[in-house]
Design a protein around this ligand. Structure first.
Ligand code: ADP
Ligand code: ZN
Length: 526
C-alpha cells in the first residue's frame, strides 16, 4: 500500500481502532474527506464504511455529525465508540429531555468527536440552531439510499438532508450506502447535491457467498434438508415474510433439533433484544426473522442466509444475503420461491401505501427479483450487472455448478396465454394461476363446472405437462413479463408483450429445473 499522504489517518486507524492497515478503498476516501472534500461511497455490507467517516471525524477539528435511520442501534454504536476512547453521543426520540440536554451541552462545549443524529431531528429548528452553536467537522449520511424514492427503502425524513449543503456550505459531507443501482446512485447524488462530490464505488462482489435459488415445493422440508446436510451447527439467518411464518418455522426447527430463535416487530422489545444478543454471542444459533432483523448487525461468522419467501427487490436480497460470510469464509445464500410469493407480494404492493408511480416502481423491483430467480446465467453475473458492475461466471453458484437446460416453451406459453385471453374476451373474466392450470389440464372440478369452463375451446389442451410443470411455466412467464399478476386476488392478465407470443412471432425459452443434489463445491475464501 502507498504511504499515506496524511499520516494522521493511519496513525488513528492503529492507535484508536487497533487495525494494521486500511482495506481496499478506505484510505482514499478518508484522505479525501479529511481534506474537506464531499464523497458518495458505495461499498457492500461489511466493507468497512464506518471508518470512512469515523477517522475523518477524529482527525478533523470539531464534531462529526452522523445521520442514521437506525435509531435502535445508536446506543450500541455510541457504546462501541466510547469503549475505544472516542467521545461520542447521540440524539434521538428515545431519550428524555435531560439526557438530550447533557449531549447538547457536550456538543456545544466541543467535547464530542461524533454525534449520531436521527434524521427527523433535522426538522426541528432547535436542532439547526444547536448545530450552529457547535463546530461541525463533517456530515456523514449513513444508509444514504433512504433518500431515494426510486430505491427500495425510502424514508421521507431523509429528504430534509438536501438542505445541509445550503445551510453549512463549508462542512464536507460523506454519504454512504451498501445498495444502489446506477439510477439510485444518480438520485442520491442529485437529492443530496453531491453531483460534484467524488464517487467511490467499491466492488459489490462477495466471492465467498454461494448463491442458490430453487423452486419452492415443500419449504419446511427443503429448509431442514438444507440445514442438516450443509450447515449443521452453523449460525445463520432464515428470513420469512410474515410474523406467523417466523414463529412457525422457529418452532419447527427447534422441534427438529436445530436451535432457533424468532425475531419480528411483533415481539416485545425485551424479547427482541434478548434474542439478538444471544444470536450475536452464542455459536451456532439460527435466527428466524422478518427483515426487521439484520440492519447494522455485525456478526462475522453467519454461515448462511436462507429466504423462505421471495424478497421484494434485488437490493433487499443483496443486502440480506450480504449478512452472510463477513469473515470471508465460504457461506451460502439460499432462496426458495414459488408462484404464490409473486401473488402475495403483488397483494402487498396493491394494498400498500403510496401513489400509482410508487406502486409501479415496486412492481419493477419485484420483476427484477423474478428475473434473477429465473435466469439461466450465473447468479453472480446477474446480480453484479444489476448494480452496474461486470463479472465473469463465478463457477460457484447453482446455475454455474448445475447449468439449467433451457427448453422451447413457446407452445405451452401460447396455451396459457390463450386461456387468459379467451376468458377475458369471451367471458369478461379473470382468474388466478390455479384455475387456469385446471382448465389446461381438463379438470372437471366444482369451480370449472360452476363457470362452465369445460366448454372453453382450450379446456384440456395441456395434458402434456403435469401440474407442477405448468406452475413453473406460469412462474417463468411472470418473470419474463409475458403475463402479469393483476390484483390482490392473484388474477393473471396479458401484457404488452404477450401478443407477439400468441401470434407466433416470439419464441419463449425457459429454464428446465435440474435435478438437484445440493451443490457441494464452495470456493476458497478471499
Ligand atoms: P459496513 O458499515 O460497511 O457494513 P463496518 O464499518 O461495520 O462495515 O465494518 C465491518 C467490520 O470490518 C467491522 O467489524 C469493522 O471493525 C471491520 N473493519 C473495518 N475496517 C477495517 C480494517 N481496515 N481492518 C480490519 N477490520 C476492519
Ligand atoms: Zn455463477
Amino acid at each position: 500500500m502507498a504511504s499515506p499522504e496524511i499520516p494522521e489517518t493511519l496513525d488513528t486507524l492503529r492507535r484508536v481502532f487497533g487495525y494494521d492497515a486500511f482495506r481496499d478503498g478506505q484510505q482514499e476516501i478518508i484522505e479525501h474527506v479529511v481534506a474537506g472534500g464531499d464523497a458518495l461511497v458505495l461499498m457492500p455490507t461489511g466493507g468497512g464504511k464506518s471508518l470512512c467517516y469515523q477517522i475523518p471525524a477524529l482527525v478533523r477539528k470539531g464534531t462529526g455529525v452522523v445521520i442514521s435511520p437506525l435509531i435502535a442501534l445508536m446506543q450500541d454504536q455510541v457504546d462501541a465508540m466510547r469503549a475505544l476512547g472516542v467521545r461520542a453521543g447521540f440524539l434521538n426520540s428515545t431519550q428524555d429531555l435531560d439526557e438530550r440536554r447533557v449531549v447538547e451541552a457536550q456538543f456545544v462545549a466541543g467535547e464530542l468527536d461524533l454525534l449520531y443524529l436521527a434524521p427527523e431531528r433535522l426538522k426541528l429548528a432547535s436542532t439547526v440552531e444547536l448545530l450552529d452553536r457547535g463546530d461541525v467537522s463533517l456530515f456523514a449520511i449513513d444508509e444514504a439510499h433512504c433518500v431515494s424514492q426510486w430505491g427500495h427503502d425510502f424514508r421521507p425524513d431523509y429528504l430534509m438532508l438536501s438542505g445541509l449543503h445550503e445551510r453549512w456550505p463549508d462542512v464536507p459531507r460523506i454519504a454512504l450506502t451498501a445498495t444502489a443501482t446506477e439510477a439510485t446512485r444518480r438520485e442520491i447524488a442529485s437529492r443530496l447535491h453531491l453531483e460534484d462530490a467524488r464517487h467511490f464505488i467499491a466492488s459489490f462482489d462477495r466471492p465467498n457467498i454461494q448463491y442458490r435459488i430453487e423452486p419452492k415445493t415443500d419449504p419446511k422440508r427443503q429448509l431442514l434438508r438444507f440445514l442438516q446436510t450443509e450447515h449443521k451447527g452453523d449460525a445463520g439467518i432464515v428470513y420469512c415474510l410474515s410474523r406467523t411464518s417466523v414463529e412457525k418455522h422457529a418452532a419447527f426447527l427447534t422441534e427438529n433439533g436445530i436451535e432457533a430463535l424468532p425475531y419480528h416487530a411483533g415481539l416485545d422489545a425485551e424479547t427482541r433484544a434478548a434474542n439478538q444478543a444471544r444470536f450475536l454471542r452464542e455459536d451456532g444459533l439460527v435466527m428466524v426473522a422478518t427483515i426487521a432483523f439484520g440492519m447494522g448487525i455485525d456478526k462475522p461468522d453467519v454461515r448462511f442466509v436462507a429466504h423462505l419467501d421471495l424478497p421484494k427487490s434485488v437490493e433487499g436480497y443483496y443486502q440480506e444475503t450480504g449478512r452472510a460470510g463477513r469473515d470471508g469464509l465460504p457461506s451460502t445464500a439460499w432462496l426458495v420461491y414459488g408462484l404464490q410469493d409473486v401473488v402475495n407480494l403483488r397483494k402487498m404492493i396493491d394494498g400498500g401505501e403510496g401513489d400509482p408511480a410508487y406502486r409501479r416502481r415496486q412492481t419493477m423491483h419485484l420483476d427484477a427479483m423474478l428475473a434473477l430467480c429465473e435466469t439461466v446465467e450465473c447468479r453472480r453475473v446477474q446480480l453484479l450487472n444489476y448494480f452496474g458492475q461486470s463479472a465473469e461466471p463465478c463457477g460457484n453458484c447453482d446455475t454455474c455448478l448445475t447449468p439449467p437446460e433451457s427448453w422451447d416453451a413457446t407452445v405451452p406459453a401460447q396455451k396459457v396465454l390463450s386461456v387468459i385471453v379467451r376468458l377475458e374476451r369471451e367471458r369478461r373474466q379473470k382468474f388466478g394461476a390455479g384455475h387456469i392450470i385446471d382448465i389446461l389440464l381438463g379438470k372437471k372440478n366444482a369451480k370449472v363446472i360452476q363457470f362452465d369452463h369445460d366448454s372453453l375451446k382450450s379446456f384440456g389442451v395441456g395434458t402434456e405437462l403435469r401440474e407442477a410443470e405448468w406452475r413453473g411455466v406460469v412462474r417463468q412467464l411472470l418473470a419474463q413479463g409475458l403475463v402479469a399478476v393483476e390484483s390482490n386476488h392473484g388474477t393473471l392478465v396479458q401484457t404488452e408483450q404477450s401478443a407477439a407470443v400468441l401470434r407466433g412471432e416470439r419464441r419463449v425459452m425457459m429454464r428446465r429445473e435440474p435435478e438437484r443434489p445440493a451443490p457441494k463445491a464452495a470456493k476458497a475464501a478471499r
